[in-house]
Design a binder for this molecule. Structure first.
Ligand SMILES: [Zn+2]
Length: 327
């Protein structure tokens, strides 16, 4: 069993390595560049693409990066360390470690996704004895449609709005979801206009090698006859509020939760485009990793661990006290 500390955050003591810690550490693995996984560590272990995004997004220019290409093992302190594509957003990585003395293995997923994507590298799964898995959509109500179906829904929403003479506005997180929407539109010959926060991330991802296609920015182009992509929270910004005839769609996996739709008034449509694994996706990962022990982190950790125990797995939530007996 590979020792693992969970309080105050995930830590591998034998490697001296923190996993997605939000507080600054000596040595930290950052699985991807979403803010809820990023700490200002002295030395950062991440994929090369995540390093590019971190530098652009968080002014990490002077940080020491120890980047590792996907599936290119590195030996460190008696371990073999390997980063595997997580399929979540561009550059997102899972951490797979093997202790050389006894062959014990551990996989940490960070945020991950099994479905197709135009912008994230396809997930690569390797077996491990211990699995630390995210639980964001760990409930059977979250079974997302195929990527092709969601893409079709998104394109139809945009084309219908343009035909009706209103400005389609897609609300998507500036990193990840916005690029996926952008790539889907480009593939369908629709030229998007991006809010500046989204444009900055688009430029960074293009520099990192992601094929997104052309775009305009809100500063340069009037929104008429164009599809806008803006981050959540910008609908009330004067630039957007001043557009008289508009139709809005939020891109989120929570679209499948009827309560969430009911609460978010003022949004015309919800499209279930997610960058996380849905419930069947999480079960597929677990089956393919074939772990002896599972720790659930982020989201519905307790109910997912209970669910997994019923399915015969030795699974525990990071929030409970009981995981101490596991690790
Ligand atoms: Zn994320």
């Amino acid at each position: 069993m590979i020792p693992l500390e969970t309080k105050p955050s995930l830590y591998l003591p034998e490697l001296g390595l923190h996993l997605d810690s939000l507080t600054s550490q000596k040595f930290g693995f950052i699985s991807h560049a979403h803010a809820d996984h990023v700490g200002s560590h002295e030395t950062i272990l991440c994929s090369p693409v995540t390093a590019v995004i971190l530098r652009a997004r968080y002014r990490f220019g002077k940080k020491r990066f120890r980047t590792l290409e996907f599936q290119t093992p590195l030996e460190l302190k008696g371990y073999r360390i390997e980063l595997l594509p997580a399929g979540h957003i561009t550059g997102s990585a899972m951490l797979h470690i093997t202790r050389l003395s006894d062959g014990a293995t551990l996989l940490y997923t960070g945020d991950c996704k099994t479905r197709d994507s135009l912008t994230a590298e396809a997930i690569v799964i390797k077996p491990a004895n211990q699995l630390i898995i995210e639980s964001t959509f760990a409930n059977p109500i979250y079974t997302f449609p195929a990527h092709s179906e969601t893409s079709q829904q998104l394109v139809h929403f945009v084309q219908q709005a343009l035909t009706d003479g209103v400005t389609p506005i897609l609300i998507a997180y500036a990193l990840g979801k916005a690029q996926e929407a952008h790539a889907i539109l480009s593939k369908n010959n629709i030229y998007p206009v991006l809010h500046h926060a989204t444009a900055k991330m688009a430029l960074t991802c293009i520099k990192a090698g992601v094929n997104l296609g052309d775009y305009g920015t809100l500063e340069e182009l009037a929104p008429d006859r164009h599809c806008l992509i803006i981050p959540p929270g910008y609908l009330k910004h004067p630039d957007i509020a001043s557009i008289k005839h508009k139709r809005t769609a939020m891109l989120t996996g929570w679209a499948l939760d009827p309560d969430v739709q009911y609460k978010r008034r003022g949004i015309d449509a919800f499209i279930p485009l997610s960058d996380h694994a849905d419930y069947p996706g999480l079960l597929e990962i677990i089956e393919r990793v074939n772990p002896r022990d599972i720790l659930t982190v982020h989201g519905s950790t307790k109910s997912f661990a209970t669910d997994l125990r019923r399915r015969g797995y030795n699974a525990w939530s990071i929030e409970g006290e009981d995981q101490i007996e596991l690790f």
